[in-house]
Design a protein around this ligand. Structure first.
Ligand code: HSE
Length: 439
């Protein structure tokens, strides 16, 4: 007789529905692939009308408003948490682990902020925790790091891991509109949340790069050490200059390993058009991983949405079910490495990281302005690689002047900008955007 693995799912929102769809509609295929009868036995959500469940839910044995129905069911082997948020989700997951249930989640914020407590509870109870759906929606990237690239020293991982921000930047580029206008339309169309703060301020990307960097570099990442800069101050004029420079402005999450420390950061970045990453448009996500043996691998797909994320969640359920059937629970460590859950590497201060910069100065168009700016940059040992001034203005009017720099310490760039911004010729604050180096 086929092994039966029972699953309980809490949170019947977009991803919950998508996960139920994968597990129920593709049940026969999943059986063919695994030889295991994976049953979505219970779905719990406060908002479900239990008297009139939808067509999908009517395929489950139990439909309930009470999360305890999952925790107290001894037949449930795997619990899927898709409610999001911190407190209730964490308590629920830890209760499930303490009841020796395996856990699958897509809750990136929870794992980035409070993962350690959950990992320790899982170890203590000898059960698995997986969260493939937390990063990159439908893109299978966590398992790639933990399993397929386990023979590599990963030196760098970077990507576009927030679809909302990428959608906004792509629209700004294609339609020539300002950030506020594009955001408003994105909200009306449902591409951006009513409260888009986490997406547009880079926080969601930071949660995801914390998880990626942990798995890639075998260490925990203290979330507060990640440098985070969002896309709210990107202007159409910078996108136009980016075009002239054969670049796209993208919200990149970047993590790099050095001999004694790490860089982990999220910020708008000028990405040269020749990089595949520059071609990732709209709501799509992409992650590039550079291993010492594999070299570059690029992983691209839908970073959000019910069915794509549900596919990743179901992948975790299937992987755990296979382990259960094979009697080898926890075959792969939660973060892909067998060490205790501590911090191993210091994280570099953003000011100590070198990058090439795009600097846009809004200045009065008069003799001596360029010389003043170039003089201050030289004083801080910042070398210019290219200068553009396209707009023509009457003497005395503001004009945009763009300098591209060679690689320079951010600390020096910040100091130079502070000094330049004090000058009477400046009409607005200087805009500084890091430029992606070709790898
Ligand atoms: N809010 C995320 C995004 C999707 O816009 O990419 C879920 O991780």
């Amino acid at each position: 007789m086929a092994e039966i693995v029972n699953v309980g799912l809490i949170g019947y929102g977009t991803v919950g529905k998508g996960t139920a769809e994968v597990l129920l509609k593709n049940k026969n295929l999943i059986f063919e692939n695994t030889g295991i009868d994976i049953r979505l036995k219970t779905v719990a959500d406060l908002a479900i009308d239990t008297a009139n469940p939808d067509e999908l839910l009517s395929l489950c044995e139990v439909v309930t408003n009470n999360a305890e129905d999952i925790l107290n069911d001894q037949d449930i082997d795997i619990v899927v948490e898709l409610i999001g948020g911190y407190t209730f989700a964490k308590d629920f997951i830890i209760s499930a682990l303490n009841k020796k249930k395996h856990v699958v989640s897509a809750n990136k914020a929870l794992f980035a902020m409070y993962g350690t407590e959950i990992y320790q509870a899982a170890e203590l109870n000898n059960v698995s925790v997986c969260f493939e759906g937390a990063v990159g929606g439908g893109i299978p990237v966590l398992r790639v790091i933990k399993e397929d690239l386990a023979g590599n020293n990963i030196n760098e991982i970077f990507g576009i891991i927030n679809g909302t921000a990428n959608y906004i930047l792509s629209k700004m580029e294609k339609e020539g509109k300002e950030f506020e206008e594009v955001l408003k339309v994105a909200q009306e169309l449902g591409y951006a949340e009513a409260d888009p703060t986490f997406d547009i301020e880079g926080i969601d990307s930071a949660h995801k790069i914390a998880i990626l960097a942990s798995m890639a570099f075998n260490t925990l990442i203290p979330f507060e050490k990640i440098y985070v800069e969002g896309i709210t101050s990107i202007k159409q004029i910078d996108i136009e200059f980016a075009k002239k420079l054969d670049c796209k402005i993208k919200l990149l999450a970047i993590a790099k390993k050095h001999e004694n420390d790490l860089e982990v950061r999220v910020h708008p970045t000028m990405v040269p058009d020749v990089e595949l990453m520059a071609q990732v448009d709209g709501v799509f996500n992409a992650v590039e991983i550079i291993g010492d043996m594999s070299d570059k691998t690029m992983h691209y797909g839908r970073g959000a949405g019910g069915k794509p994320t549900g596919s990743a969640v179901a992948g975790d359920v299937i992987s755990i079910a296979r382990d259960i059937a094979a009697g080898c629970t926890k075959r792969t460590p939660i973060l892909g490495f067998k060490k205790d859950y501590t911090y191993y590497y210091p994280i570099k201060d953003i000011k100590d990281i070198k990058s090439a910069f795009y600097l846009r100065f809004s200045v009065v168009d008069e003799p001596g302005t360029l010389a003043m700016i170039a003089g201050v940059l030289a004083k801080y040992n910042i070398s210019i690689s290219e200068a553009i001034q396209t707009d023509e203005r009457a003497p005395g009017e503001a004009v945009n002047m763009v300098f591209m720099t060679h690689k320079a310490l951010a600390r020096k760039i910040y100091d130079a900008i502070e000094e330049i911004d004090k000058s009477d010729v400046m009409r607005d604050k200087t805009v500084a955007i890091r430029v992606k180096e070709l790898v």
